[in-house]
Design a protein around this ligand. Structure first.
Ligand SMILES: Nc1ncnc2c1ncn2[C@@H]1O[C@H](COP(=O)(O)OP(=O)(O)OP(=O)(O)O)[C@@H](O)[C@H]1O
Ligand SMILES: [Mg+2]
Length: 371
């Protein structure tokens, strides 16, 4: 029997491996139907991408055109333009009439189709050599607008990792995107995991996207549903996970979808026929071990002062980072340094204030930091 839980971080596209999120799916479908734009945010790996894919699958069944655009790791305005076009190509390649229409309206790029292990891959190449950067982005979005205006069906467009556009130093990018998007006949979902950076784009008065979308926060999975889901997946794969053990799995990771699945994966590996509390405890050690490369990479990207503060907060969440006691106890040095580190860690979404207390956002990471 195969382990029913995904080990690697992949977006869930099949409904069987996907737990609940029914109210969220319904809400987002209703936004799409009313052409409402939404900002979908949560901490890392809460299932935003999986959720919007589920929503788009259902929208397609309701005769929507759906386009998914991934903006992770951008380097320039040109790459935004080509990512957008690639998303359009991917969505339409297998729908003949639409594909022709897209080719006819989007003249700034042309598709490059290559065979690969999944069948084929499509990328977009800029077609001319005269237009670059922000101008190319402007033209591409204009063409997309024309395409949308001609299309009678409703369209939903996901811009995943949307906050990444702020990494591009061109000051015009946000304004250009906003000016086109507000005229496009489509609903947009702006998705991201760097919550502060993303939300500031929509909540600061002087920013182009100010108040242009409703906020939609994705929470952990509902505990009882997650417990039932875990137990059922075990049962389907011929091992038993009693309610107390399934409860322990979900509770240990605070109903975090990704960590929950991964902890369940290790429990399945360890358990003989039936999962015990000892299996859950040992599987948690396996999980920490498995996540080590990810955590180490995060720490490597930080300055020594930031690491010191992060570890202090992981060990002892606090209301008063700047109190003399706290500084002394955790050997934190200067107040100015602590303030700068707090700001940066908060911006990176590694720490946050919960009911006035500073905590490390990711609780598994926090546990690892204290080892
Ligand atoms: N509803 C769900 N049911 C079961 N597992 C889920 C669910 N949502 C997410 N997961 C698990 O979490 C993992 C991460 O999901 P996904 O990539 O969609 O999250 P994300 O929020 O987009 O992450 P990131 O912040 O890295 O972009 C999935 O591979 C899956 O294992
Ligand atoms: Mg994602």
């Amino acid at each position: 029997m195969r382990n029913p839980f995904p080990f690697s971080l992949r977006v869930i596209t099949d409904p069987i491996g996907f737990c609940n999120r029914t109210p969220e799916i319904q809400k987002l479908i209703s936004y799409a139907k009313s052409n409402t734009n939404a900002v979908i945010y949560s901490q890392r790996r809460f299932g935003k991408t999986s959720l919007v894919k589920q929503v788009q699958q259902r929208l397609e069944k309701a005769d929507f055109v759906t386009i998914y655009i991934d903006l992770f790791g951008l380097s320039s305005a040109d790459t935004i333009a080509s990512r957008i076009t690639r998303g359009v190509y991917k969505a339409l390649y297998e729908q003949k009439a639409l594909w022709q229409k897209a080719l006819a309206t989007i003249k700034s790029h042309r598709p490059v189709v290559r065979p690969d292990e999944t069948g084929f891959s499509i990328t977009a190449e800029a077609a001319g050599s005269k237009v670059f950067g922000a101008d190319l982005l402007d033209q591409t979005l204009h063409e997309l607008g024309e395409f949308l205006a001609q299309e009678k069906r409703k369209t939903n467009i996901v811009l995943d990792e949307f906050q990444e556009i702020t990494e591009i130093k061109d000051p015009d990018v946000e304004g250009i995107m906003r000016s086109h998007i507000q005229q496009h006949q489509a609903s947009y979902f702006f998705v991201g995991s760097r919550r502060r950076v993303l939300l500031e784009m929509f909540s600061q008065k002087r920013r182009p996207f100010f108040q242009s979308a409703v906020n939609f926060e994705l929470n952990p999975l509902p505990h009882d549903e997650f417990v039932t889901f875990i137990a059922k997946r075990f049962e389907d794969a011929k091992k038993r996970c009693p309610p107390e053990a399934a409860d322990a799995i979900a509770a240990t990771v605070g109903d975090h979808p990704y960590y929950g699945q991964k902890l369940a994966f290790f429990c399945y590996e360890r358990a003989d026929k039936k999962v015990t509390q000892t299996d859950v405890q040992q599987a948690y050690a396996d999980l920490l071990q498995a996540e080590r490369p990810v955590f180490e990479a995060i720490v490597l990207g930080l300055a020594p002062r930031q690491i010191a503060l992060l570890k202090a907060i992981a060990r002892e969440p606090t209301k008063s980072i700047l109190s003399m006691d706290y500084i002394r106890k955790h050997a934190l040095k200067s107040i100015g340094g602590i303030q700068a580190a707090t700001k940066r860690l908060n911006q990176l979404d590694l720490i946050e204030k919960e009911k006035d207390v500073w905590i490390v956002v990711d609780r598994v990471f926090a546990r690892w930091l204290t080892q």
